[in-house]
Design a protein. Sequence first.
Lengths: 255, 255, 284, 284
Amino acid sequence: MSATYTPDEMMTVAAARRLRNGAVCFVGIGLPSAACNLARLTHAPELVLIYESGTVGTRPSVLPLSIGDGELAETARSVIPLPEIFTHYLQRGRVDVGFLGAAQIDRVGDLNSTVIGDYAKPKVRLPGAGGAPEIAAHAKTVLVVMKQTARTFVEQLDFRTSTGRPAAVITDLGVLEPDPSSRELTLVATYDGVTPAAVRTACGWPLRVAAKVATIPPPTAHELSTLRDLHARTKAAHAARVALSHLPSPISHLP
Amino acid sequence: MSATYTPDEMMTVAAARRLRNGAVCFVGIGLPSAACNLARLTHAPELVLIYESGTVGTRPSVLPLSIGDGELAETARSVIPLPEIFTHYLQRGRVDVGFLGAAQIDRVGDLNSTVIGDYAKPKVRLPGAGGAPEIAAHAKTVLVVMKQTARTFVEQLDFRTSTGRPAAVITDLGVLEPDPSSRELTLVATYDGVTPAAVRTACGWPLRVAAKVATIPPPTAHELSTLRDLHARTKAAHAARVALSHLPSPISHLP
Amino acid sequence: MTPAFLSLRDAMAQQVRDGMTVALEGFTHLIPFAAGHELIRQRRRGLTLVRMTPDLIYDQMIGMGCASSLTFSWGGNPGVGSLHRLRDAIENGWPHALAIDEHSHAGMAVRYSAGASGLPFGMLKGYVGTDLPAANAARISNVTCPFTGERLTALPAIQPDVTILHAQRADREGNVWLRGIVGASREAAMAARAIVVTVEEVVGDLGAPMNAFVIPGWQVAAIAHVPGGAYPSYALGHYARDNAFYLAWDEIARSRESFTAWMGEHVLGTTDHAGFLRSVGAVT
Amino acid sequence: MTPAFLSLRDAMAQQVRDGMTVALEGFTHLIPFAAGHELIRQRRRGLTLVRMTPDLIYDQMIGMGCASSLTFSWGGNPGVGSLHRLRDAIENGWPHALAIDEHSHAGMAVRYSAGASGLPFGMLKGYVGTDLPAANAARISNVTCPFTGERLTALPAIQPDVTILHAQRADREGNVWLRGIVGASREAAMAARAIVVTVEEVVGDLGAPMNAFVIPGWQVAAIAHVPGGAYPSYALGHYARDNAFYLAWDEIARSRESFTAWMGEHVLGTTDHAGFLRSVGAVT
């Protein structure tokens, strides 16, 4: 039925399936943006996408490279000042789903996107918090999407950028959800052909495995072609250099 | 030279003359609005008028009855949310002149526009604070315009709505300014034909009189005709009843 | 999802119940008169009414006994004088006692903004040296800046159960566009648990320019199509403020008798807003 | 009064001095690249640079030694990866040490909004349970709501000496219209002691619709007419973001040598923004 697909594609599809039609999503750049737009283009046409740049209810035809591409403004229902995105929407509790990624995650789902090493003298300085801490704190449901390796799923974060207690962590191997009582992330589902043992190997702490681990169905042909079309359109759009035609001469002294 | 004029007209003209061209004025309805627009139409064409409704840099051709008439929006440089008028403009210190009136004023220029009598069981309930307390607190210069009587210029306010320490109080009899050391309002100028004794009679406290009391020149013909034209246009505009023509039928159930 | 498109009667009956905190906002412009009249017809009682400027609409609702409490910052008839029914309620308790929660405009803006932002309170440099804090001690307090030591006035957030707005236009998805003077309408709406809007027109394509004041449909609980719904206030681009009516109201509302007779004839005596508009001669 | 219309060189020389706190704002859109390049050409030193997203423009200014301190909330090349010059400054102190004042986006928005409002601090529900407060203890504190007892995070206001924006259009009175994604530009501008704007075009009639984001001319200190002034960021309605350039920057900025060579050729080696645009092939 479905063609061959990559783990990245499977992860994006699994994340997209989590979004119910009509939900209000606060979307980060990268995997979250791909997952949200895939959902919108497949089973959830009325998904409401909010990007922190101030675009509300946007419907981009290509994925934005930055979180403030013109495509987002031109296809939005409303373009508002950024502070209101964080106050009137996020902090006021008007966002259903917040989507996050990170450089490191720990066993309760706290996230690091700030530094590797010591904050004052970092080995690797990462971009930092952005919208993450407040998305994690205020979205009704927090989902994390990130590739799983023993280096990124760590026993101890180098820096706690966000504390979100996600409802699910969707990786390129399967899905972790918090244990109902301990809140510790637990493997609850894997993809076709991935064993729980393989998932445990790609984790920096002794990953708990649920009594019953589900298998997530592979991407459908429709999901896969929609995602690939989206990525192809996006790649073509971002490769084009911009030329400023007919640039007028500056005027130095006017009135 | 100039025609006969009323004390109200003299007061408005005297207030208008206080405004330098280019000043940013926060304007209240009534006498302040008349004075500011008279100034704009005579010696101060670049006066910037801000009304608390959110209209910035407005140039009405008739005086608004309310502080949010359509005329203000349609002739404004910018129409912004009301909260920003109070935060980004007034509280941030971007307003040069604030113009206030009141029901009562005391000898240091504090104002009452809230109640006559006891707050909990008032004899007369007045409209209340509106924008006054913050105009009084944050405008670089505060001017008060109000008719002077022994009943309104009082020894003791019934309620302190605003504490503004005005730079001048322009009345229908003359101008009071604070004494440089005691800050007590002192008569510094009268209009043509008004004696300091007459001004003292129309004051509820023993009004101090400056060593030298100036006489304010009467309205020029140009000031007077401009003000009267403005009032005539305004009266005609406000007298017209509004009819809603071609009102469509309500639609009950749509999509 | 798309809000419910309802008749004004159904929208008010469904969304507003006795005892609620309700804000009918709109600063001089876009005051939702039709919605207020419908609440009077439905004999709502015990409402906490919130508005910066009570204006004629709350003068009418208070005089008709809908309100037990009023939160406000300037209670006059703009450019005319007193709101006689508001005065009668405060001065004489007619038709019954009215509790008041009084602030300045800046203070109300701060309270709505805090509510819209999901914060428990907001702050301003203001009220200092005035009698406002003593008059409303339960709702005016202080905080100290932890960086500068400066003392600021703190005010509790307002989060109405329902905020009702009038707007020029909605599209069929329920997105609402307000154009012109908006006052604190956006903040009052974002602060509310439910947003209800009456509109001049419903169109296929909203046509709002980039950065317009648009309330997304998925945040709106109900929309009623009520042409002329702001009259005698105004809707920029549709009809002007009936300043002559505001001037005439002074006489109508001055006595309990003339007020009651007028409300009986024009509001209780009509079944909907179109009937009201015909009754007062605003449409022919 | 009407702001001064100056050349970009004169505007920067007149308004920005060594040691100042300067915010070149614009969230992805309308980033004032031309102004930043001119500050590099004028060899400004010791600046405290403020921006939510440092982006390529601060990567360049930091790498060229203009900054002693950076206030920010997300320091990556959006959708691409690291800002290598920012990393080199923080990780290795090249070309010299860079102090950082780090927040979240919500925190920066609060700080600008407080500055724009004339308040000494702002607050949010945020940072709780994270390592941000410990990392930046001097600028992250708490206040307690006097009504509910709730504890909130408090952040000091930002009031830049100069905020520099790029906009699509000014009129001859100096009124400036920003259209599209505005980020926290308005708040950064209203917070500033001086506002300087570069614009794509200067026209007789601004033509902005009601409720557009317009900065009145009397608040603006200086305006420079700089077509293409946001490139490689973008100006909605004029030109798109050069995403290919953002992708290419990753390689250019990766080493000190290639960065220095590139800046030497395209920024220091050109006398103005038109020269820069020709030099990088953005105009032909």
